[in-house]
Ligand binder design. Sequence first.
Ligand code: SAM
Ligand code: SF4
Length: 348
Amino acid sequence: MVAASTKPILFYPEIEQREHPGAARDAYGRAMTYLRISLTDRCNFRCVYCMPAIGMKFQPREEHLSDDELIRVVGLFAQLGVTKLRLTGGEPTIRPRLPELVRRMRAFEGIEEVSMTTNALLLSRMAKDLKEAGLGRVNISIDTLDPEKFKLMTRGGRLDLVWAGIEAAHEVGLAPIKLNTVMMRGQNEHEVGDLAAMTIDRPWSMRFLEIMPLEGVGDVHDEGLVTTEETHSRLEERFGPLEPIETDPSDPARLWRIPGALGTIGFISPVSAPFCAACNRVRLTADGKLRLCLLRPDEADLRDLVRAGADDETILRGMRAAIWRKPWGHGLGEGERETVRGMSQIGG
Ligand code: SAM
Ligand code: SF4
């Protein structure tokens, strides 16, 4: 069953302000304390659910924020009350000077954590430098444990190198490690048990994501959504009842545990159980747009302001005004879909 997100009618500032006083808020009272930063729209994989097989167009590099522009904008987000940053893309590890960027972001007062979502292909050689630069933890995409299937799903990726990346992250303590699997009908739903079994003797979180219909890959989605309910049942058939774990409402994953396991299992259900009510995040695209919702086209152009020579106050005003008009929810449960940018362009 597809659940609708509950939209509040009123914003009660005196109640909402108790947590995160001073943070920029939208018209529903949600405080934006988490920023996802797309460092590039490019990638060294071509995952079937993320990019089309042909016709992928990448932005010219001069359209991307330079290092200094990016760091300036991140500093302004820190002034607005953002405390957590997640680097993503495209593939963030292909952005030049990544450890230096992490170090500069981590140095801002108020930034408590910088984490990264990566395909881990290059991570084995970068994990130590990133850890030393102040990266806290990583989420790593791994959709199958079968090397041949992996090659097909990523259109050429090597699972052995990704494993080396996961092990390097584990060794240097980029923890807790979270692994993300996008569920695809006919591709990997029979593997959920083996993927989840990795949490029995490892302190990792294995998270299963419902596939979202984004620009260019809608056909993949239409082949069949594997709902969280279905994945959960499959896991209980193999392991018996999973134990629920209390979760922070702003975490999109609902957490469970195989009894006795060291790690956890998470379900991210943007289609069947949207988590918009507790959304605390906005996004910065590689070309400098403040994107208010993953799946809505509403954006504010921060790069234009920066390149026009705007002072900090003007940019902060623009950011606050944009955040105020953050859309309530993504509408996927109601059958809507993004038609302007794909996941790799927005920063998944
Ligand atoms: N390249 C990095 C990676 O793959 O982890 C970071 C960027 S990727 C766009 C971020 C996350 O989005 C990954 O976990 C990926 O599995 C997920 N993703 C991409 N396309 C998706 C889709 N259509 N539905 C659900 N998740 C998707
Ligand atoms: Fe690249 Fe990540 Fe998209 Fe896969 S999901 S194509 S690794 S950006």
